[in-house]
Design a protein around this ligand. Sequence first.
Ligand code: GLY
Length: 371
Amino acid sequence: MKNKMMVSIPEIQKNAYPIFIGSNVILNPKKWLPNDTNLSAIVIITDHTVKKYYGTALKNLLKSQGHPCFLIAFPAGEKYKNNQTKIKIENTMLRRYCDRKTLILALGGGVVGDMAGFIAGTYMRGIPYIQLPTTLLSMVDSSVGGKTGLDTPQGKNLIGLFNHPQCVVMDVGLLSTLSQKNIINGLIEAIKVFMTNDVKSLKYTQRNLNKILLCDSNVIKELVARAITLKASIVERDEKEQGQRAILNFGHTIGHALEHLSQYKIPHGFAVAYGILVEAKISQLLGLLPENDYVIIKNLITALGINGTQLKKYPLNHIIQQTKLDKKNQAGKVRYVLLRRMGCTHVVNNTFVHSVTDKLVKQAIHLVSEG
Ligand code: GLY
């Protein structure tokens, strides 16, 4: 198992950055902080929950090592990943005279990472940042690949930019304070990438499901390394999602729509799990995905306590309407990542996303919601 790997963006060589994976690695900032003696300040951006568990301790540690450091926290939850929060944080940074030699540490889950990375990309036209993910979801997915941004009243992640961190530090020891629901939330993003790319890792996940749910640190490290190795290799080939990177969106067209319709009460991973069921069902209805593979997907998601009948709460037309704002859409057509078989997506003439009629999507949602 690798403890360090590199993500290298060929177009912009300076964007090659390391990912550290380990236990207690966050407590050793000398390992991951840049050697830049000109740093004027370090700003930890986090949420109120993570501040309590780790934020204040990290700030004190950095101060004790001689770094000028302060912390800005905002309320936890996707509903705060909005422009108002961004403006408040930026105003605090301006009031504290943060300049271009300020380094941001994004300490938290996906919401914090997206917000802090977006601020880093626009504050004084760009300052460096480091991702310090504290949830399984942000370790296996959102902290790597440079997607940053925020939600608007119209939909999720509609405003943002690609902005890579200087490095990513994944301390799996931090996951011990998470609930099982939170672990499942992240596990689904790992399962998603394995379903589209890597049957062996999917089998590894199935074999080790209990250990993952109990947060066994060796198994979690292996899971994170497998998911991130795959993700990094996709991002290296298609940084800006002009093609192949779109497959990381498997389950997300429906997933994002449900998240938004639930006013972010459905956590991201759970919404993606419903999305995986629906988008796999569409693949099956189109004659692409064999029924056996659909059953394997359904059984794995059911084993995580997630059941398609929950979809009944959301009117079909509302779901369809919300998909019309998906970022993968082109010329008004909603496009989906489809599976050809387990571990393999449907690709035609280098096209990774495919338009599907509303009628078929409705049929798939209906069948999934029947359980
Ligand atoms: N979470 C999907 C991506 O980073 O492309």
